[in-house]
Design a protein around this ligand. Structure first.
Ligand SMILES: [Zn+2]
Ligand SMILES: [Zn+2]
Length: 303
């Protein structure tokens, strides 16, 4: 029996009788991270990584029935040994490792292989079967390093400051905003953030992540835009999948068909999983008022 199957409610573990990031209300949900397309309201019981508590309660309500688990610690539920491992995507993001009947499956959630200083870096988890996202699963996607990106932003900001111009950066409130702040050179000038960003900054600071001081602005004209580099790029996906040693790979939201074909050509047993993830930015846009929609990357409909 497979340890994870796709059901209308979401990815389901039959022996454990629980779901991973379900998109419809269920009794027991394991949540990989607090982005809106993975963490939804209405579940009876939530299990998530310890560092996700602040963001989950901020977003889903202080009173959700939430059990937390540190990275690497296991719980056994209906004979399934479950543990959470760093995914490097946002604060508290986790891969879900399931062990049952001598088999090991890992569901990645969203992940990014390059460390960025705002969350625990991705760790490859050996497994037989790996369920991977594929948001940027096309060879054209190759990110500059976080250091390069921060240097470019700081250089642009410094130049504007010297010419007496304010610099405005547009990005999403949870994850991306904190990555940019983490790399900002505070010697250039004061930083003002949108009202949607500051509560999440507070959660990151409480978790010990170094963010510069920020002032708050609730300017409704602020218009978010894609700075979507907190998913793995094409080389990152290859590296992560190879790092698991898995022989079987299920591909979720993103460029499913392309990644499945590439994996099959490289000798792995690969297939797509139909999921309803992938619009975290659309969902998160509600938190930062938008005037024009950001350009979406080319993605294929889930297989
Ligand atoms: Zn995400
Ligand atoms: Zn996602």
């Amino acid at each position: 029996m497979d340890l994870v199957i796709a059901r209308p409610e979401g990815l389901y573990c039959p022996p454990g009788d629980f779901y991973i990031d379900p998109w419809k209300p269920v009794d027991r949900a394991v949540i990989t991270h607090a982005h809106s397309d993975h963490a939804r309201v209405g579940h009876g019981h939530y299990l998530a990584q310890t560092d996700s508590e602040g963001t989950l309660r901020t977003r889903l309500g202080a009173d959700i029935n939430l059990q937390t688990l540190p990275y690497g610690e296991a719980v056994v539920h209906n004979g399934v040994r479950l543990s959470l491992h760093p995914a490097g995507h946002v604060l508290g993001s986790a891969q879900v490792r399931l062990e049952h009947g001598g088999r090991v499956w890992v569901a990645s959630g969203d992940y990014k292989t390059e460390p960025d200083g705002t969350c625990t870096p991705f760790e490859p988890v050996p497994c037989d079967t790996f369920i991977t996202e594929s948001t940027f699963g096309l060879p054209i996607y190759r990110w500059p390093t976080q250091a390069q990106l921060s240097a470019e932003i700081n250089e642009w900001w410094r130049r504007n400051a010297e010419e007496g111009r304010a610099s405005v950066l547009l990005c999403y409130a949870f994850g991306k905003a904190q990555r940019i702040l983490h790399g900002a050179d505070v010697s250039i000038g004061p930083i003002v953030v949108h009202g949607a960003v500051e509560p999440l900054n507070a959660v990151y600071r409480a978790a010990g992540v170094a963010l510069p001081p920020t002032l708050r602005v609730t300017d409704p004209e602020v218009n978010p835009q894609m700075l979507k580099r907190d998913h793995a790029d094409w080389p990152g996906l290859q590296k992560a999948i190879a790092g698991t040693g898995a022989e079987r790979v299920f591909v979720t939201h993103g460029s499913v068909a392309v990644l499945v074909r590439w994996l099959t050509e490289n000798g792995l047993e690969a297939q797509g999983f139909k999921t309803e993830y992938g619009d975290e930015d659309v969902a998160d846009r509600a938190e930062a008022p938008s005037v024009a929609p950001p350009a979406e990357p080319p993605t294929e409909a889930p297989a």
